[in-house]
Design a protein around this ligand. Structure first.
Ligand SMILES: O=C(O)CCC(=O)C(=O)O
Ligand SMILES: [Fe+2]
Length: 260
């Protein structure tokens, strides 16, 4: 696949988020989901609100203990190589993701606002399969800002401003790349609801019901899907798989460990 210029996929309203629709084809999506479902049951870890499995190894104390990735990531359809071709990992230590967390969400499941933490180089590429998600980026509240703290949740003792700074609609087959400060100093999450309702203003801006923040990548969605959507349309969630691909900076057996 030809090298893609990430700049053309920049999400309006942020210089650190890039949305790539149709990153994989429908056929590739079908194949990936089949391979994911064929993965041995013991590889999955059940969490309170989703199931996960780790590819590329385990991360312990910020260090990756590496293991081979499954061929659906490195062979056909070569997700890792395709991500390298975006240039997103050009300045990461291994110039490619070496760790992939696969998440499975059933309708009604989500992920609380969180940070991905310091084990990783500050770039994450997330591929969505099987269903859409509305993905929000949040900021910590300034403690003196009383109105922002109303209804806010806490992460590691810090208050999160409940109003997202950026919201994007992730279509099945898409990739979103989050970098720099949006990775380092922001949080991200997906609400645990069964459906998302889109409202569209007369001037063509889309909002997700219940949230003040607009869908920042509305004009980047696959034309057929976005054009077919009307105000008040309900997007029912199905089972969604996400492949979250990152580069763990320190790898066991890597240069740092070989040095005597
Ligand atoms: O499923 C997603 O899109 C996000 C998952 C996530 O944030 C994570 O695995 O850290
Ligand atoms: Fe995350």
């Amino acid at each position: 696949m030809a090298r893609r210029d990430l700049e053309q996929f920049k999400v309006p309203g942020s210089s650190n988020a890039f949305y790539i629709p149709n990153f994989v084809s429908e056929e590739e999506q079908e194949y990936l989901i089949r391979k994911i479902l064929e993965s041995p049951r013991h590889k999955w870890k059940a969490l309170a609100n989703r199931r996960v499995f780790f590819s590329g190894g385990e991360v312990s104390k910020n260090v990756l203990i590496p293991q081979a990735m499954p061929s659906f990531l490195t062979g056909y359809p070569n997700i890792i190589g395709r991500l390298q071709d975006t240039g997103a990992f050009d300045s990461s230590p291994h110039c490619a993701p070496n760790h992939v967390i696969l998440n499975e969400y059933l309708p009604g499941q989500g992920i609380m606002p969180h940070e991905d933490g310091p084990s990783y180089h500050p770039v994450v590429a997330t591929i969505s399969l099987g269903s859409h998600a509305v993905f929000h980026y949040y900021q910590y509240a300034i403690e003196s800002d009383v109105s922002a703290s109303a209804g806010a949740s806490l992460q590691a003792g810090r208050t999160i401003n409940p109003r997202p700074v950026l919201s994007v609609l992730l279509e099945p087959c898409s990739a979103i790349v989050t970098t720099s400060s949006l990775y380092i100093s922001h949080l991200h999450g997906i609400q645990d609801i069964e459906e998302d309702t889109v409202s569209i203003t007369e001037d063509g801006h889309a909002f997700v019901a219940g949230l003040e923040s607009p869908v920042a990548n509305w004009h980047m969605l696959s034309p057929t899907k976005a054009q077919a959507m009307h105000s008040g349309d309900i997007l029912r969630r199905g089972t969604r798989y996400s492949l979250t691909c990152r580069d763990v900076e320190k790898v066991m057996g890597g240069k740092t460990f070989l040095r005597q």
